[in-house]
Design a protein around this ligand. Structure first.
Ligand code: GRF
Length: 197
């Protein structure tokens, strides 16, 4: 029986597209929902074009009442009965209550070599630090932000003259390789960390 995967996005959903495209053939999982906190998220239209059910709950309508927003989002998610949740460019911090509900079956991709640079502006921070390498990490989501067990990492070189934008573009290519590879392992019950290349 395929594992049911819900993917949460906030924007264009390039990682969501790669995850959805990977879940074919003998892959142990299938996408059952793409949900967003932004009804205008471009990824929702891309998911619909791929024939995946979508849902949106506008977090702005809840004016900072995070638990109320999450309750509305949870209703949409539970209706799809997912086994696994993938956060893919999802830009809302989740409460401990939400995380606990899915602990052990919710994963996220973060654009840094964790534990370096938790939070935002990861590429600029790597450049400011003079790092020679950067990359991305897939990890289990726990109550602490960007802090759960690492399931995979991919590294890229920092090049002379890099800007946050050029580095982000180089890392994004690796995100698109790493996240599908980790999801396939995770869905088959393999939590051994994967390191690329
Ligand atoms: C990616 O860099 C991802 O690491 C970060 O959001 C960016 C956009 O992701 N979390 P996507 O194109 O919406 O998947």
């Amino acid at each position: 029986m395929s594992k049911r995967v819900a993917i949460l996005i906030s924007g264009g959903g390039s990682n969501m597209v790669k995850l959805a495209e990977s879940m074919v053939g003998d892959h142990p999982a299938r996408p059952v929902l793409v949900a967003s906190n932004d009804p205008q998220a471009g990824g929702l239209a891309r998911a619909a074009q791929m024939g995946i059910a979508t849902a949106a709950v506008d977090h702005r309508a809840f004016k900072g009442d995070r638990p109320a927003f999450e309750a509305a989002l949870l209703e949409k998610i539970e209706a799809a009965a997912p086994d696994i949740i993938c956060l893919a460019g999802f830009m809302r911090v989740l409460t401990e209550g939400f995380v606990r509900r899915f602990e052990g079956r919710m994963i996220n991709i973060h654009p840094s070599l964790l534990p370096l640079y938790k939070g935002l502006h990861t590429h600029q921070r790597a450049l400011d630090a003079g790092d020679t390498q950067a990359g991305c990490t897939v990890h289990e989501v726990t109550a602490a932000l960007d802090d759960g067990p690492i399931l995979g990492q991919a590294r890229v070189p920092v090049m002379a003259g890099d800007t946050a934008e050029s580095l982000a573009a180089r890392v994004l290519v690796q995100e698109h390789a790493l996240y599908p590879a980790v999801l396939r392992r995770f869905a088959s019950g393999d939590r051994a960390p994967l390191y690329l290349p």
